[in-house]
Design a protein around this ligand. Structure first.
Ligand SMILES: NC(=O)c1ccc[n+]([C@@H]2O[C@H](COP(=O)([O-])OP(=O)(O)OC[C@H]3O[C@@H](n4cnc5c(N)ncnc54)[C@H](OP(=O)(O)O)[C@@H]3O)[C@@H](O)[C@H]2O)c1
Length: 293
């Protein structure tokens, strides 16, 4: 009983911590950081047609990168023998009161936010391993701290609670992305650097469109940061000098999100990798392709 109370107190504390950091960050000017050059590097960004992805794509182009807005893995592997940066940004947050599925039959958040990126990343590993300084960034979310991920019911089919504003399936998918990021960093050691990040609560993207005119929109407008500010943490993970030695960590507001990392238990990290690999049938591609290195 005490354990349950302690967990609830910890979650409340983490929520308050997030809001305080968000508001402080909003009040400060955009932080500058030392960057690695991306001149001529190949950068893949998923979901780059709108919002944060679009802004990050522009920033990369400004710095001289060859930016490819996420497309089919088979096209990418044919066209590029080497990929330097992969930003897994595409995402949905449906907040639906009922289970919705992808065409493959996966719960929609898990399919789009996590499994789609899990498969894409694994298919691109040979190209990433050929880069001298490969980085993979998972655009996760602080909402992952409210996840209730159950390995026996990964798709949430058994009708468990969907959480406040039906956010649980989104939280679960973002937790799966963060676990995936940690295990990818473990597996690739320093060859491919891998980060999870949360951009903060960001206005001006399409993710909160469904709340137009509601109290949620009013709250978002009160605390949200701009797209450039939210994108800064994604760029920090993809380019920062300081993050180069911090593979495997989770960042938000350009700082380590330690309380979030504490939720990424080692046994879950491995179990979620194995389960994801079997769901998308890509066990073999996750093994290091030493012949191509
Ligand atoms: N904004 C925030 O406050 C916030 C906070 C935490 C985390 N995030 C994360 O940040 C990322 C970017 O979100 P955003 O705020 O920029 O929202 P957004 O404007 O809605 O951007 C999401 C992007 O993902 C793409 N996408 C969605 N489903 C897809 C699919 N099945 N296949 C390919 N692309 C798909 C969308 O493309 P289409 O428009 O073509 O569908 C869109 O370009 C998301 O992963 C989100 O979860 C955002």
């Amino acid at each position: 009983m005490w354990g349950m109370h302690a967990s609830i107190i910890r979650l409340i504390f983490m929520g308050v911590e997030f809001l305080v950091l968000q508001i402080m960050y909003r009040l400060l000017p955009l932080r500058k950081f030392g960057e690695e050059s991306v001149l001529g590097k190949v950068v893949i960004i998923t979901g780059a047609g709108t919002g944060l992805g679009k802004y990050v794509a522009h920033e990369m182009v400004k710095r001289g990168a060859k930016v490819v807005m996420g497309t089919f893995a088979s096209t990418l592997t044919k066209r590029y023998s080497k990929i330097d940066i992969l930003i897994n940004n595409a995402g949905i947050s449906l907040n639906s009161s009922h289970l919705t599925k992808t065409v493959d039959g996966f719960e929609e958040h898990m399919g789009v936010n996590h499994l789609g990126h899990f498969l894409l990343t694994n298919l691109l590993l040979p190209q990433l391993r050929r880069s001298e300084s490969a980085r993979v960034v998972m655009v996760s979310s602080t909402m992952m701290m409210y996840a209730n991920l159950n390995l026996d019911d990964f798709m949430g089919r058994k009708g468990r609670g969907r959480g406040v504003l039906n956010v649980m399936p989104y939280s679960n998918s973002k937790m799966a992305m963060a676990l995936f990021s940690k295990e990818l960093a473990n597996r690739e050691k320093e060859r491919i650097k891998c980060y999870a990040c949360c951009p903060g609560i960001v206005k001006g993207t399409r993710i909160f469109e469904k709340y137009a005119g509601s109290v949620v929109e009013k709250f978002v407008n009160l605390v949200a940061i701009s797209i450039p500010m939210g994108a800064n943490t994604i760029l920090y993970c993809a380019l920062g000098h300081k993050t180069a030695s911090k593979s495997g960590q989770f960042f938000r507001f350009e700082e380590r999100f330690s309380s979030g990392e504490a939720l990424l238990k080692d046994d879950y990290v491995k179990a979620v990798w194995n389960l994801s690999a079997s769901l998308v049938e890509c066990e073999e591609s996750s093994k290091p392709d030493r012949g191509n290195v």
